[in-house]
Ligand binder design. Structure first.
Ligand SMILES: N[C@@H](CC=O)C(=O)O
Length: 310
């Protein structure tokens, strides 16, 4: 990955998780407290509206209120922030983008239109339109494994070559072959890999950082772990092995065996970490993992991943 990056964005990014009340409402006072805690944790940046931020379950008024709160707090203290203008409908995305750009985030993340899978040309047309509306704010394409169209590195590189305002991508990584293809086709983009693979992504010379599920578990711990990758990548890879084992053993079965969503898993991680007033509840109609499960796993996490809770 020797080519010059389009943008210097990098590091350990914490997602906003929505505190949801018993009546399915967003608890804005708790959200404000959560933002303060993340700022105090000293993460590299805070972002809104990935899957874990439940962008798919917000009215436009709620979207505006969440983004304004994030922008105001981060701007006050000089914390980097990224807004997710993600929405399956391309028109709603453009409207969210237009309003998000006014808040002057470091970047805005978008997904591809998501119901009928887009062709390459449709993806390019969409991204070019999004870049125009973003009015100079750079874009990050969020292309998770559950997207309707999941792009291989070569496809992603070709599509983003046509939209220079896209400066990064948030993707699931893969095997050695995936990393080789990423080095070949994506060297200009800042790539964000899943939190629990960040040390591998850095060791492979591919990842700029992560929009991180490890940060859901422990914002401070994930920040220290990320910093440690510059000092001792071997030790960081050792911790990554244990993080992956923890995820495989204690977290992923909630999705694979019991059918919970990824957002439910991220909120479980946050409740296990117990660092803020978030809880495990998701917005209707999605099912939430019981808080008692988080309570049961708190000691397990602190024993198996003690470095993250030091
Ligand atoms: N995929 C996640 C990563 C955070 O946990 C997201 O929703 O951004």
């Amino acid at each position: 990955m020797t080519a010059k990056k389009r943008h210097a964005i990098a590091g350990n990014w914490a997602t906003l998780l929505l505190p949801i009340g018993v009546g399915d409402e967003i608890e804005f006072a708790k959200l404000s407290e959560e933002i303060d805690i993340l700022i105090a944790a000293g993460v590299d940046g805070i972002y809104s509206n990935g899957t874990a931020g439940e962008f798919h379950s917000q009215t436009e008024a709620e979207f505006d209120r969440i983004q304004s709160m994030l922008a105001e707090r981060c701007t006050e203290v000089g914390m980097n922030f990224v807004i997710g203008a993600c929405q399956p409908d391309a028109r709603i995305t453009l409207e969210r983008l237009r309003r998000a750009a006014l808040l002057k985030p470091l970047a805005i993340q978008v997904i591809l239109p998501d119901w009928w899978p887009v062709t390459d040309q449709e993806a390019i047309d969409f991204l070019k339109g999004a870049v125009d509306v973003a009015n100079g704010v750079p874009l990050i394409l969020y292309n998770p494994p559950h997207a309707k169209r999941v792009l291989a590195p070569e496809e992603l590189g070709r599509i983003c070559a046509a939209a220079p305002g896209v400066i990064g991508a948030k993707v699931a990584d893969g095997d050695k072959q995936w990393y080789a293809e990423a080095r070949q086709h994506l060297s200009e983009l800042s790539l964000f890999v899943p939190g629990h693979h960040l040390a591998t992504g850095i060791a492979e010379g591919v990842a700029a950082g992560s929009f991180s599920n490890v940060c859901c578990l422990s914002p401070r711990g994930a920040q220290m772990w990320t910093a440690s990758m510059q000092e001792d990548i071997h030790a960081a890879l050792g911790l990554e092995c244990r993080i992956c084992k923890f995820m495989e053993t204690h977290i992923v079965p909630y999705r694979q065996r019991l059918g919970y969503s990824n957002a439910a898993l991220d909120k479980l991680l946050c409740a296990i970490g117990n660092w803020g007033p978030v809880g495990t509840r998701l917005r209707w109609p999605y099912r939430s993992i019981e808080m008692s499960e988080a309570e049961r796993l708190r000691d397990v996490a602190r024993i198996e991943l003690s470095e993250l809770f030091g």
